[in-house]
Design a binder for this molecule. Sequence first.
Ligand code: DAH
Length: 345
Amino acid sequence: MSPVIQDLKKKLEEIKVQAREALESVEDVQALYDVKVGFLGKQGVLTQLMKEMGQLPVSDRPQWGLLVNEAKNFLEQVYQERFSELKSKELMQKLQREKIDMTLPGSVARVGKIHVLSQVTEELVAILSRIGYALRLGPIIESDFYNFEALNIPADHPARDMQDTFFLEGDYVLRTHTSPIQIHSLEKEKLPLRVVGTGAVFRCDHDISHLPHFHQLEGLCVDERISMADLKGTIRYLVENFFKKNLMIRFRPSFFPFTEPSAEVDCQCPLCDGRGCQVCKSSGWIEIGGCGLVNPKVFSKVGINFQKWQGFAFGFGIERMAMIRHRVDDIRLFPENDLRFVKQF
Ligand code: DAH
């Protein structure tokens, strides 16, 4: 054995001892890797030795290469062993940290519900759809034409007053009722028609029985022979099916610019069956909305021949219907979304 090789052997033994100590003393995978690179990486000690081979006499080269490679393999093996050791140690620590106590009570996921106002709306629409009414939705922002003009509400009508209407820029308003849906249908659809409109409406009003943002349900029926009797029958059907009771209804003469004649609809208080209670203020009756026969002027505005066609329309407050159905005495509870309230329905 040449002195060069003897020298190398000694050196490699020292390197192995050093490397083994270093690899076994580190406590995490990253540090372990850094140690490995120190010996086996591009600038590593063993790689340097390999490079030195080029300057040796040809006769020493094969053995030199063999010995360095052997040392490399040895260190690679030590590294791998230590690596798996550290990995499983890390895993055990992680499992320990994330230990799950299977005996703890679980947290129950709360299931959401359909809001009471949506429930009431869906039910009213379903009742009307059984007698041929199709659901129509209109835009919340309406032009003056749809919200007022076409409904025969002239420019000087009190309903346009600043106190009631939220005016937007230009010719637009937040719709103050769902009646504009009638106009959209009359413009677009073929006659005869039966439509039910619903959605949010806005008025500058706020107290125990008024909200600035509330909801309405609108019905419109147009055909060739329509009378107040059809209107009465339809409203009776709707009220009876909604309150699931055989309640009396009454029509009080009233005025709406878009209907002629017009009436307000009262229904016998479903809470006391008309005997008188707190909700109906001892009168036995509760007002639920307005209605009437479509004013021929409305037909004219949208180019429909009022000699041929007649119609009836009605508009109910959704919150009102929900308050009566569920005995809610403050309308402001609906938009608050207090879970204690919402959960009850
Ligand atoms: N639009 C009316 C309001 O908001 C309610 C109404 C009355 C609607 C009579 C109608 C109707 O369709 O015929 O006060």
